[in-house]
Each structure stands twice: as structure tokens, then as C-alpha cells.
Design a protein around this ligand. Structure first.
Ligand code: PGA
Length: 257
């Protein structure tokens, strides 16, 4: 049987704690206890404790959308990995919205990944090329460099446990999901970079996700891809029926494989 697909909902800067609670209670009723898909919700920091309460005793897990690049201390407005330890299992690191709008750099991203591992959190490193990179045929060069720079402070064991989300910037929030064939080529390229740096065995164990304009109608095509272990869902994770639909597709896919 195929490994469980990981379906991650990234709520971005949406939902209050009360809205998060109400959504999650309804989601749980809709999807029940998924057996062949692993479901993770990444609320904003403000809603994490409300989400944790709403999800207690369920199989839905929690992630954070970001983490500080420093240990706890004097850094106003930031949240450290140590503060998230035990509260969430996953952390999205290096999302393109943070790279582009908040100037997040590879150096900082590498430190964040290392801190996640130090505090027993599973980082999801997001990489992806802009439309300009894509049109100039620079996509592979750009994502390979984001990947290499992001992983640089990790040992092989930590790399194995890191999840990589391939999210072309031009497909995020645009309704233009890219072709599954292209995703498959890009994931294969990223995996071969890991193989060259850390060995084939490590590369084979790394889980890759696709993200960018996923919905319940196109999810299957990506989940069918050989190297794709799941999906990172933005906008449609806020639509209860759509997100539940994506989870159902993943459940069916894994069970049938
Ligand atoms: P989207 O976002 O599904 O709205 O395209 C994906 C993401 O940013 O993770």
C-alpha cells in the first residue's frame, strides 16, 4: 500500500481563534478519523492554542506557518521553536510569501530549519521559482539553490526528516496549478540534488509535497505522481467542503494504491 499522503492546510493570515475552533469542529465531523491520509492544519500563531483544544483526541495534527531564527530571548513579535515544541508537530519554513514580501533569506531559513530539528519539530521547507525564473528557464537553478542553502546546517539524519514543498510562486493563489508532469520533473530534480549531497538512501526517504492552486478537482493528479507524498493547500484549506474533498481524494488514492 502507498504511504499515507500528507495533506497540509496553510491558513495564512486568516481566521480568529473563535473561527478556527468552529471550522475545526466542523472539519472533524466531515472527515471523521482519516486512516489513509495524514491531515495537518497550520493556523496563524494566535489561533494555535484554540486549534489545539479543538483537535484534542482527533487525528488531525497541527503545524505553524513560521518560526523565529533565534532561540527564546529579546526579539519582539517573534515565536521561537522552543515555544512551539509540544504544541505543533510541523513548521512551514521559507514560504515564498515570506521570502518575497518579508525579505526572508536563505541564511535565516537554514537557521530556522536547524532550530526546528533541535526542538523536535518537523520543518517543511518551501521552495519555488517566480514566473520570471520560470519564463527565463531558471526554475531548476533557483529551486536547487534554495534547497541546498536551506539544508546546509543539517546532518543527513535531519535532512531525511525534513519535508520539502515544491511551490512555484506563479501557481500560488493564482488558480493556475502547474502541470503534474512539470511538478514530477521538478521534484525528481530536487531529489537528485539531495542524493548528490547526502546520498541516495537519504534522498529516497525525503517526503516531497506540491503546493499551488490545489483544489478537490486537481488534487488527484498530483497525488498520483510517483515522487509526490502530499499537498500543501492554501486558499482552498479555508473552504471547509473543498478541503474535506481534498482529504477524501487523498484517502481514496492511498487506499486504492
Ligand atoms: P494556494 O496556496 O493553494 O492558495 O495556491 C498554496 C500555498 O501558498 O501554500
Amino acid at each position: 500500500m502507498k504511504k499515507k499522503s500528507l495533506i497540509i492546510g496553510n491558513w495564512k493570515m486568516n481566521l480568529t481563534p473563535a473561527e478556527a475552533t468552529s471550522y475545526l469542529i466542523k472539519l472533524q465531523k466531515k472527515i471523521g478519523e482519516p486512516t489513509s491520509a495524514q491531515v495537518v492544519i497550520c493556523p496563524g500563531f494566535l489561533s494555535i492554542t484554540a486549534a489545539e483544544r479543538a483537535l484534542k483526541g482527533t487525528k488531525i495534527e497541527l503545524g505553524a506557518q513560521n518560526v523565529a531564527s533565534q532561540e527564546p530571548g529579546a526579539l519582539t513579535g517573534e515565536i521561537a521553536a522552543k515555544q512551539l515544541e509540544g504544541l505543533v508537530r510541523y513548521v512551514i519554513v521559507g514560504h515564498s510569501e515570506r521570502r518575497i514580501h518579508l525579505g526572508e533569506r536563505d541564511r535565516e531559513i537554514a537557521t530556522k530549519l536547524a532550530l526546528c530539528h533541535l526542538h523536535h519539530l518537523t520543518p517543511i521547507l518551501a521552495v519555488g521559482e517566480t514566473l520570471h525564473d520560470y519564463e527565463e528557464r531558471l526554475a531548476a537553478r533557483v529551486v536547487n539553490s534554495q534547497l541546498t542553502a536551506g539544508l546546509r546546517d543539517l546532518d543527513a539524519e535531519e535532512v531525511e526528516k525534513t519535508i520539502i514543498a515544491y511551490e512555484p510562486v506563479w501557481a500560488i493563489g493564482t488558480g493556475k496549478a502547474c502541470s503534474p508532469r512539470y511538478v514530477s520533473q521538478m521534484i525528481a530534480g530536487l531529489r537528485s540534488v539531495i542524493s548528490a549531497l547526502y546520498g541516495e538512501e537519504v534522498a529516497a526517504k525525503v517526503k516531497f509535497l506540491y503546493g499551488g492552486s490545489i483544489n478537490s478537482l486537481n488534487a488527484e493528479a498530483y497525488l498520483d505522481l510517483e515522487g509526490c507524498g502530499g499537498l500543501l493547500v492554501g486558499h482552498e484549506s479555508l473552504e471547509l467542503d473543498e478541503f474535506a474533498g481534498i482529504v477524501k481524494v487523498a484517502e481514496r488514492e492511498t487506499a486504492e494504491a
